[in-house]
Design a protein around this ligand. Structure first.
Ligand code: ZN
Length: 194
């Protein structure tokens, strides 16, 4: 692991931020480089992960079961992560983070995002929908609900490292529909679940 002090890209503090670079080897994927920046002055935090190898645009999917919650997941900053059955999706954007985690970690991130959304959508209907989404996500973790983890990555930097995961190339149409904006929860999808 390499660590160095850099000028903060946000507040400009001279040598105010610590940049860490770590490489690790993910089974069925290869070597990845994790990079994180943390500024002690303004609190700016960023992390991303990149594959050393070049890969094609791809859609990865995995039927989530209790047995594969610990399978490794590489989510690059440029990919869209979703659990369609839960009506929840994280799209890439300036604030999105790349990370190496596991299936459980991705679901936990979705639960945290849903809890944050509670504050953004105070109306009763949204609160009800968000509560249902959180319950559903918790049921997935308990092995009581069936769901699919989907990662769509136009730059081929992501992966679900599980033998049962499937990988197919993204079609031109899917590529053109992938968002680059910043959205935590697709509200339309939540409303459709009623
Ligand atoms: Zn700073």
């Amino acid at each position: 692991m390499a660590e160095m002090r850099i000028d903060c890209p946000v507040c400009g503090a001279k040598a105010g931020a610590i940049s860490k670079i770590d490489t690790s080897n993910i089974p069925y994927f290869g070597e990845v480089v994790e990079n994180s920046i943390l500024c002690e002055h303004c609190g700016f935090k960023h992390s991303d992960v990149m594959s050393v190898e070049k890969n094609d645009p791809a859609k990865h999917s995995l039927k989530i079961t209790k047995d594969n919650l610990d399978s490794r997941v590489v989510r690059s900053q440029t990919s869209t992560v979703s659990i369609p059955e839960a009506g929840i999706k994280v799209e890439p954007g300036p604030k999105s983070q790349g990370y190496v985690s596991n299936v459980e970690g991705v679901i936990t991130r979705f639960i945290s995002a849903s809890n944050r959304a509670k504050a953004l959508y105070p109306d009763a209907e949204s609160q009800k929908n968000i509560k249902e989404t959180i319950n559903f996500l918790e049921n997935i973790l308990e092995g009581e609900a069936e769901a699919t983890l989907l990662i769509e990555d136009p730059y081929g930097q992501s992966k679900i490292a599980d033998l049962k995961a499937t990988t197919v190339p993204l079609t031109e149409e899917e590529l053109s529909q992938l968002q680059t904006g910043f959205t935590i929860i697709e509200k339309d999808e939540i409303e459709k679940r009623e």
